[in-house]
Design a protein around this ligand. Structure first.
Ligand code: PAF
Length: 280
């Protein structure tokens, strides 16, 4: 496994691999890797000949009062985990290498403003900008994103389509703790009590799924149920509970077809997101 920190070196490596006819599969991360990330790396391993994982805590996707400075940086542990998975390359640039007084952003209209975009207005602009840059640097054939960030995965697919990136976007399913809590680097901010409260987020989603399977047809009733469940159990301050059609990510009027229920809750110092897809 090689660690590459320079953009030029990364591009030269990818050009060489492409010339040799190798398929490059890419997993973008901000490090602090957990089993969710590792499952994406394993998926990438199956899809490509060469697996590149980027580790870059991207400043442009954090708002001014968010956790950019305190975001867990655990490169040595991450390196060991990736070595064990036979990763070929870690792309590990610093912020100076990635951003030299930039004036250019990539922004997916409308979808960047809803759901998480309401409370994090510049977040997705930072994500789509850095992911575009990483695509131009790593030149992958395939890129793998986690479904926990379902809105992010949708926005990336839209960007890839709109800007004609010649890259196939794959997603990997959400990995959970035994109590149901979705794995996230931000779980590290939780106290033991907050941690067990946070597991109720998934419980609320499963209960909502059961309601739909039992015949509930009105999305409003599901939203009210989840909000009441989270409030009654004092899980935290709810940012949003919304239901979208999973094919176009627009609010759904009826609970039919592929729908996705998405939740964001502030639990202690962490803002946690989770979602569940239900096909009816
Ligand atoms: O999902 C993440 O960890 C980040 O948003 C990503 C895709 C690595 C871009 O910084």
């Amino acid at each position: 496994m090689n660690i590459i920190t320079s953009i030029g070196e990364m591009q030269a490596y990818s050009d060489k691999m492409r010339k040799e006819g190798k398929t490059i599969a890419f997993v973008p991360t901000m490090g602090n890797l957990h089993d969710g990330h590792i499952s994406l790396v394993r998926k990438a391993k199956k899809l490509g000949d060469i697996v590149v994982v980027s580790i870059f805590v991207n400043p442009t996707q954090f708002g001014p009062n968010e956790d950019y400075k305190s975001y867990p940086r655990t490169f040595e542990e991450d390196r060991k985990k990736l070595e064990k998975e036979n990763t070929d390359i870690i792309f590990f640039p610093d912020a100076k290498e990635m951003y030299d007084k930039p004036k250019t952003y990539v922004y997916v209209e409308d979808y960047s403003r809803i759901l998480c975009g309401k409370s994090r207005p510049t977040h997705f602009r930072g994500v789509t900008t850095v992911v575009s840059k990483l695509f131009n640097i790593i030149k992958p054939h395939i890129a793998v994103f986690g479904e926990k960030d379902a809105q992010q995965a949708f926005i990336i697919k839209k960007m890839v389509k709109d800007l004609n990136f010649d890259i196939k976007i794959e997603t990997g399913e959400i990995k959970r703790e035994p109590n149901g809590l979705a794995l996230s680097s931000r779980n590290a901010y939780l106290t033991d009590e907050e941690h067990s409260k946070a597991s109720l987020i998934y419980k609320s989603l499963r209960e909502a799924e059961n309601m739909i399977r039992r015949g509930e047809k009105n999305p409003e009733n599901i939203v009210i149920f989840i909000k009441n469940f989270l409030n009654k159990n004092k899980v935290g301050k709810i940012d949003y509970v919304e239901i979208v059609n999973d094919d176009d990510f627009l609010p759904t009027e009826s609970l039919t077809g592929n729908i996705r229920i998405l939740v964001a809750v502030y639990v202690g110092k962490a803002r946690l997101i989770d979602n569940i897809k239900v096909s009816v």
